[in-house]
Design a protein around this ligand. Structure first.
Ligand code: COA
Length: 240
């Protein structure tokens, strides 16, 4: 009898433990979600009647940072994401916006398709009207990245103003790589899996071929491709 009661008590105790454990995690989860919601809400500034649409799968990590939308609509992970041979699904290809001491400034209508990620630390990232960034593209800024109007950034493009690690050369360890701003002009088309590296200025109406690694600035109207990218054609124009 004594043993049976003991078994019953320990089983009940176990059940109570499980119940409180689940309750504890539910409360913690609700609190974290609520906290995150307020951080994101507080960080967004909509100016001039602007709107923002965010897919609920979007992962935000914002610290002392702002997302500012001026005179337009920012869509994050909402538009249907399509590229040759596949499609992006908002439910699994979530967008990631990770900003620390940074601002993401949107001027006009901009769409970030499912799977886009934007990272900024002590940085300003500006994307202008009519620009669309396809899934699995990443913007990685430690200073300043600007993307002009009506640009089409294909799937899997990487744009970065830094190398991520310091590189020194010679016996006296001279720093060879620094953080350098990236500017992309209006109406540029960046092909699939192209890479735009630090210090690059792409002037207006440029086409970057698929898989190009762009390490030097490009004059307006050129088509560049290859690794490292070189001018392939001049006076090009493209349409969506
Ligand atoms: C950039 C692009 C549109 C150019 O097409 P095109 O004008 O028909 O180019 P061509 O086929 O005439 O090629 C011209 C030269 O560039 C070279 N070239 C073409 N694409 C290249 C690339 N991605 N990388 C390196 N070289 C390339 C060709 O081999 C050719 O070299 P050659 O003169 O020595 O023979 C095309 O090559 C491309 O990259 N398309 C993919 C675009 C994309 O990612 N779309 C996604 C939808 S948003």
């Amino acid at each position: 009898m004594g043993r049976a009661r003991q078994m019953l008590t320990s089983r009940s105790y176990g059940l109570i433990q499980i119940f409180y454990g689940k309750l504890f995690y539910a409360v913690k989860y609700a609190h974290n979600s609520w906290h995150k919601y307020w951080v994101v809400k507080r960080s967004i500034r909509l100016e001039g009647g602007s709107k923002i649409g965010i897919h609920h799968s979007t992962a935000f990590n914002l610290s002392n940072s702002n997302i500012i939308v001026r005179n337009g609509t920012l869509k994050i992970g909402i538009d249907f994401g399509y590229f040759d041979g596949g499609s992006y699904d908002s439910r699994k290809d979530s967008c990631k916006i990770y900003l620390v001491n940074s601002s993401l400034e949107i001027e006009g209508d901009v769409s970030l398709l499912p799977g886009v990620s934007i990272y900024g630390i002590n940085a300003k990232i500006c994307i202008k009207n009519g620009t669309l960034i396809n899934g699995d593209s990443h913007i990685i800024a430690l200073k300043n990245i600007e993307i002009g109007e009506n640009c089409l950034i294909a799937q899997g493009v990487i744009i970065r103003d830094n190398d991520g690690h310091k590189l020194t050369t010679g016996l006296d360890n001279v720093l060879s790589n620094d953080i350098e701003e990236v500017h992309i002009g209006d109406h540029c088309w960046l092909g699939q899996r192209a890479m735009i590296l630090k210090g690059v200025v792409l002037h207006d109406n440029i086409v970057v071929a698929a898989g190009a690694v762009v390490t030097k600035s490009v004059e307006a109207g050129n088509l560049v491709g290859g690794v490292p990218a070189r001018v392939i054609k001049e006076n090009v124009t493209w349409s969506a």
